[in-house]
Design a protein around this ligand. Sequence first.
Ligand code: FES
Ligand SMILES: [Fe+2]
Length: 330
Amino acid sequence: MSKRYDQPIPFGWYAIEYSSQLKAGEVKPLRYFGKELVLYRSDSGEAAVLDAYCPHLGAHLGHGGIVKGESISCPFHAWEFNGGGFCTGIPYAKRLPPKVDGKQALRSYPVVEKNQMIWAWYHPQQAAPSFDVEELPEFYSDDWSAIESYDWSINSIIQETGENAADLAHFITVHSVAAMPDAEVTLEGHVRTTLMDSQVQAMDTEGNIDRSGDTTDNGRLESYSYGPGQTYQKFTRMFDIVMMGTITPIDDQSIHLRFNFSLPKSQSEEHTLYANAFRDEIVHQVGQDIPIWEHKVYLESPTLCDGDGPIAKYRKWFQQFYAFDKANAA
Ligand code: FES
Ligand SMILES: [Fe+2]
């Protein structure tokens, strides 16, 4: 069967785990970027991501590997590798074999920890990071609630799911918003900003949404994309709620989507109720999008009409994250 999507995995920073879910000395197997990976936190607290298969005889470092100081020790014959992917010791050998001596033995991925998550930089040709993970103030502040997370594994690619925000007409058909939202899109380097005002379904005092569309409210959404893997949404209605979305390629045909919400602690009980109902609505909307995403095809030259919104503009912007040298992709 031919692949649904022909695009390479875009390069960028991708969230791979929550910082709180990886303690010093902990090791986890991961599968992202179409690869088997190992994530570990060294005894001094540094997170590292390496390709998982040991160059000695191929054991998976994520299944039984043990942290020793700054390195991870292979479960099969205890060769050790540091976060840079260099062999730092073979307990039973007098010297390192020339193939690994002074050379990188395993692919290592640049890692940062920001906004309570661990991020790895992926580039098919291993080019260095060309932008940063954006620090979001609410995710560092004691005035905002602990993040509440939702996640989905979806058979689609980032370019497709990201197109959702630019696709204005689907908000009416798929999400039953009352009127076509008004969106202003700005594209600058790796940052995409969408300011959207829309007539949204009204909410009663219990936080129930009027899905009939008979009663409406004004909703404002500020949405930012920082590269392909990070989004930040600020919703303002009569309450506040922020969300950091992260999208991580599992391989070139599927993604892992996470939504992380936070609310101001000072918000009144009533407004917190509204904000939580709104969060439920956002989560509900993903459920509405998924069956479309999982069964559609990608049309290189779609037939667009004047009311469709900035889809073509979005697609042009997204192209910058593809390194089109497929021959050298790794
Ligand atoms: S396979 Fe890893 S040390 Fe032998
Ligand atoms: Fe949608």
